[in-house]
Design a protein around this ligand. Structure first.
Ligand code: MLT
Length: 405
């Protein structure tokens, strides 16, 4: 008789954003006359920039012609896209990354979930708490996280690095040495960042302890302050200890078209000298048949002069929403952070409400959806996340409703 993977059975409940979507669906069915505003999942609302649409159209037309039709894409991605990535995302920032270290994919969510496959099952992970739930959940699926304690909401074999108001939502070096360290800056969910100098300390720590950093830079395009690094490869020594994840969803609105990439430097070797670049290439080649040609052409357009200008405007639009939300909440007496280098606003729930109590309260009384902080980890309890990815009108309206509570 076949047997299911027990590791999945240890996972508590459904995926955070699936749980929220279900609750919202049920609420809408029960309250068909209510206008619900979603500032929950970080999904964009602005259409793709004109330069991207133009490139998509052109690529679609190429697919209709025998001479320009494309079948399977190359494993690592088309060279036109990977060279634009190297030039714009790394060379322009003085970071050394070469084209054969770029692996184009269907998005940072898949890569952040799949990358753990190339590490030994007895490697120990360290995560910020709270954090994007994909990191812990996928390590749990791989059997790396031990047992889940329903009371404490902690996994027995995970090193948690609490990020709270007391430490400016920045992780501290853990007491126990991890093998794999997940870092995400600007952070999802807190919107916090660390300076380049602080990030350098993490790179040094990883190199000294022979650990690897999986660096999620999905929100780098939202950085507004100069002291924050856009890529971990701006730090010295990162090539021997860090993998970086990037997303086109967040920097150019590809949530519905799907595109991302991962950087695995060739200098990154395990204790036996095994190249992680070669392992990821092996994994990528075996399990992935390439992001679609038309989408990679769209990705290339993000780096054109027009594309850069238009996507910058979109980011400014979302960051204006972030300001509206943050200032509105402050004026209403909430304790708020984030929203300066990231499209997420992190607030302390009022009146001692738990994160999920506040979720229900906000949905029922303001018809606004947010994300409960505890869904990102136990240190997120008592906090709540609002996203700036809504429309301007909805962001303003949501804050007006919250002010009236
Ligand atoms: C989020 O809301 O945390 C993100 O949008 C989820 C994701 O990028 O998968």
């Amino acid at each position: 008789m076949f047997k299911a993977n027990d590791n999945y059975l240890k996972l508590p409940g459904s995926y955070l954003f699936s749980t929220i979507a279900k609750k919202v669906r049920e609420y809408k069915v029960a309250n068909p006359d209510k206008e619900v505003i979603s500032l929950g999942i970080g999904d964009v609302t602005q259409p793709l920039a004109p330069a991207i649409i133009e490139s998509l159209h052109k690529a679609v037309d190429e697919m209709a012609v025998k001479e320009t039709f494309k079948g399977y894409a190359p494993d690592l991605g088309y060279e036109f896209l990977r060279s634009a990535i190297v030039k714009n995302d790394f060379e322009a920032r003085g970071a050394k990354v070469s084209i054969d270290e770029i692996f184009v994919s269907d998005g940072a969510k898949s890569d952040s979930g799949n990358i753990q496959e190339i590490f030994s099952s007895d490697n120990k992970i360290a995560v910020c708490d709270p954090v994007y739930p994909v990191y812990v959940d996928t390590n749990a699926m791989a059997g790396r996280t031990g047992d889940y304690n329903k009371e404490t909401e902690l996994w027995s074999n995970v090193i948690y690095m609490p990020c709270k108001a007391e430490n400016n939502f920045a992780p501290e070096f853990p007491k126990e040495t991890p093998d794999i360290i997940y870092l995400c800056f600007p952070n999802n969910p807190t919107g916090a960042t660390v300076s380049k100098a602080e990030l350098q300390k993490w790179v040094d720590y990883a190199n000294e302890n022979k650990a690897v950093i999986i660096y999620d830079a999905a929100y780098e395009a939202y950085i507004s302050e100069d002291y924050v690094a856009h890529s971990i490869y701006e730090c010295d020594g990162a090539r021997t200890c860090a993998i970086e994840l990037r997303s086109f969803s967040k920097n150019a609105g590809f949530t519905g078209t799907r595109l991302g990439y991962t950087v695995v430097p060739k200098d990154l070797k395990d204790e036996n000298g095994t190249s992680l670049n070669a392992l990821w290439a092996r994994r990528h080649g075996t399990k992935f048949n390439g992001a679609p040609y038309i989408i990679q052409r769209a990705g290339e357009a993000v780096y054109s002069e027009e594309g850069k200008r238009q996507t910058r405007e979109q980011i400014a639009y979302y960051m204006n929403n972030a300001k509206v939300i943050k200032e509105g909440l402050k004026a209403a007496g909430y304790s708020v952070s984030g929203g300066v280098n990231a499209p997420y606003i992190w607030l302390a729930t009022p009146d001692g409400m738990s994160s999920w109590e506040f979720f229900d309260y906000l949905l029922a009384n303001a018809n606004v959806v947010g994300t409960p902080g505890s869904g990102f980890g136990p240190s997120g309890e008592g906090y709540f996340r609002l996203t700036a990815f809504g429309t301007y009108e909805n962001s303003v309206e949501a804050i007006e409703r919250i002010k009236k509570l």
